[in-house]
Ligand binder design. Structure first.
Ligand SMILES: Cc1cc2nc3c(=O)[nH]c(=O)nc-3n(C[C@H](O)[C@H](O)[C@H](O)COP(=O)(O)OP(=O)(O)OC[C@H]3O[C@@H](n4cnc5c(N)ncnc54)[C@H](O)[C@@H]3O)c2cc1C
Length: 443
C-alpha cells in the first residue's frame, strides 16, 4: 500500500467496493496518467453476491474474499483510511488518520450500511437459535448450518421496509432452504415456510414480482405482506412483527420459529447521510442525477453503487452498468466538456429459485424486463443457474473489477435478427404500464 502523499488529487474515489474499484480501473484505462486516489479502509474485498452461495452450502466464505491490495489498479494511490467528514463546499474531506484531503472531482462509492441495531434483540441473537443472515459475512455460513440441521417446524424469511442491496437475495436463500427441507426425509412435510416482507410485493418490477409470487405459492410458501420485523426474542425463538393493513391500521403479531433468516434495514453510512451530499428528498442517499450520476448541487461530485440515489435496484450489476457512465462524465467534466454519457438504470438480480434454477431478472429505469441473453428473462432456467454460480463470479473478478466490458455486448448486434425471428421476450401489455419511480431497490 502506498502512503498518502499529496493532499490534493485530481480525482478521489471514496470506497473500494464493487463500484469504486470498477470506476477506478475504467478511469485509468481511459486516462492512464490521471492523478487518482482511492480511499478504502478495509484490507479485504468481498464478492457479496457470493454470500448467497455460502448460505446455500455451495462455497466457503474464503472463496468470496480477495486481498484489497491485489485489486487496486496500478497508478492509483490507495489511502487505507475512512472518510469521516465531507466538506463539498470546500472540495475537501476529513479522513480517519486526521488528515484533510482535497480534490478536483470526488466520486462517492461507500456502499450502504446494514442497520442490525434497528431490530430489537437482533445484534445479540444473530448466529444462535437458528437466527441467521446472508447479509453478514460473519453469519452467512450459519445460514447453511441452520438449513442443514433443520428438523422441521417454522422457517421465516424477512425483508425490511428500507431499500436493500439485491432485493432478490431474501428469496434466494428461502428457495434453496425449501428445496433442502423437501429433499430431507420427513422434514419438508413438517415444515411451514413464511416469507414476511414489510413491502407489498415480492419484487419491485411487476413482471418479476408476479412470477416470483406464483413460484412461491406453488411451493406452498406463505406470503405475508406488510409484515415488518421489529424484535427478535432469541431464547423463546419468537419473531415480533408490526403488521399494517391496507387502511393503515397497525397491529403486533408474534410468530414462533425454528429458523429465522433476517434481512436488516439499510441506509447510507452515517458519514454520508449526515453530510450535505445526501438529502431527504433523495431518501438519505447521495443526491445525484439519475442519468449522468453527477451530484445535483455539487457539480464536481459524482456517486454510484448502493449509496447513490439512482432509482433502480442496488446491485453489483447496476454498479457495473453505471461505472462507464460515471468514468466518461468525470473525464468530460475535467476537460470542460458536456456530460454526454447516460445511465439507463440497467440492473440485474439473478434470483435463485431453487438448486439448479435461476430467474435472471434484468430491467432498467422503465421497470420492464430486458434480457442480455435474448431469452425470456421471466422463466426459470438451468443455464442461468450455471451463469450465476459459475460464470458471474469469474466475470466479477476477471472482467468487471478490471474495468473490462461486459460480454453481453457481443450478443447485442444479434438483437434485430432475434426480434425479426420473434425469438425474444415480449412484455405483456400490462407490464408496459408506466411504473412509479422508486429507489426502494427490488424489494
Ligand atoms: C447477500 C447478498 C447477495 C447479493 N447478490 C447480488 C447478486 O446476485 N447480483 C448483484 O449484482 N448484486 C448482488 N448483491 C449486491 C452487491 O453486492 C452490491 O450492490 C454491491 O457490492 C454494491 O457495490 P458498492 O461498491 O456500492 O458497495 P460495496 O461493494 O459494499 O463497497 C463499499 C465500499 O466502501 C467502503 N467504505 C464504506 N464506508 C467508507 C468510508 N467512510 N470511507 C471510505 N470507504 C468506505 C467499504 O469498506 C466498502 O469496501 C448482493 C449483496 C448481498 C449482501
Amino acid at each position: 500500500m502506498a502512503k498518502p502523499g499529496s493532499r490534493h488529487h485530481r480525482v478521489l474515489i471514496v470506497g473500494g467496493g464493487a463500484a469504486g474499484l470498477t470506476v477506478a480501473h475504467l478511469l485509468l484505462r481511459l486516462q492512464p496518467q490521471l492523478d487518482l486516489a482511492l480511499l478504502e479502509p478495509s484490507a479485504d474485498h468481498y464478492y457479496q453476491p457470493g454470500w448467497t452461495l455460502v448460505g446455500g452450502g455451495l462455497c466457503s466464505l474464503e472463496q468470496t474474499r480477495r486481498d484489497q491490495a491485489s485489486l487496486i489498479p496500478k497508478g492509483c494511490l490507495w489511502i487505507q483510511a475512512a472518510a469521516t467528514e465531507f466538506k463539498p463546499a470546500q472540495n475537501q474531506l476529513l479522513i480517519s488518520t486526521g488528515e484533510t484531503l482535497s480534490y478536483d472531482v470526488l466520486i462517492i462509492a461507500t456502499g450502504l450500511r446494514c442497520r442490525w441495531e434497528q431490530i430489537k434483540g437482533l445484534p445479540q441473537a444473530l448466529g444462535s437459535h437458528g437466527i441467521c443472515s446472508n447479509y453478514s459475512p460473519q453469519y452467512a455460513s450459519y445460514s447453511w448450518e441452520t438449513i442443514r440441521n433443520f428438523q422441521g417446524g417454522t422457517a421465516i424469511f424477512t425483508v425490511p421496509e428500507t431499500a436493500i442491496k439485491c432485493g432478490g437475495a431474501p428469496q434466494k436463500v428461502m428457495y434453496m432452504a425449501d428445496d433442502y427441507f423437501k429433499a430431507k426425509s420427513g422434514v419438508g412435510v413438517n415444515t411451514e415456510v413464511l416469507f414476511c416482507t414489510a413491502g407489498s410485493t415480492m419484487f419491485a418490477v411487476p413482471a418479476y414480482g408476479r412470477v416470483m409470487a406464483q413460484l412461491a405459492l406453488r411451493r406452498g410458501i406463505k406470503l405475508l405482506l406488510r409484515h415488518k420485523l421489529i424484535e427478535v426474542l432469541a431464547e423463546q425463538q419468537l419473531a415480533v412483527f408490526e403488521v399494517s393493513d391496507q387502511a393503515g391500521n397497525v397491529s403486533r403479531k408474534e410468530f414462533g420459529f425454528d429458523m429465522l433468516h433476517v434481512v436488516p434495514p439499510m441506509t447510507a453510512p452515517d458519514v454520508v447521510a449526515n453530510s450535505p451530499l445526501a438529502s431527504a428528498e433523495a431518501g438519505g442517499w447521495v443526491d445525484v442525477d439519475k442519468f449522468s450520476t453527477q451530484h445535483r448541487r455539487y457539480a464536481n461530485v459524482f456517486a454510484l453503487g448502493d449509496v447513490a440515489s439512482l432509482p433502480t435496484a442496488k446491485t453489483a450489476g447496476s454498479a457495473r452498468a453505471a461505472a462507464p457512465v460515471t468514468a466518461a462524465n468525470v473525464l468530460a467534466f475535467l476537460g470542460g466538456q458536456p456530460l454526454l454519457a447516460q445511465y439507463d438504470g440497467y440492473s440485474v438480480c439473478p434470483i435463485i429459485s431453487g438448486y439448479g434454477r435461476v430467474v435472471m431478472a434484468e430491467f432498467d429505469y422503465s421497470k420492464q424486463p430486458v434480457s442480455s441473453f435474448l431469452v425470456d428473462p421471466t422463466k426459470e432456467r438451468w443455464s442461468m443457474w450455471l451463469l450465476k454460480t459459475r460464470l458471474l463470479p469469474w466475470l466479477y473478478w476477471q472482467r468487471m473489477l478490471k474495468g473490462l466490458p461486459h460480454e453481453g455486448r457481443y450478443l447485442k448486434p444479434l438483437a434485430p435478427l432475434v426480434h425479426w425471428l420473434r425469438l425474444d421476450y415480449r412484455a405483456n401489455p400490462q407490464d408496459l404500464e408506466p411504473q412509479a419511480e422508486t429507489s426502494e431497490g427490488c424489494s
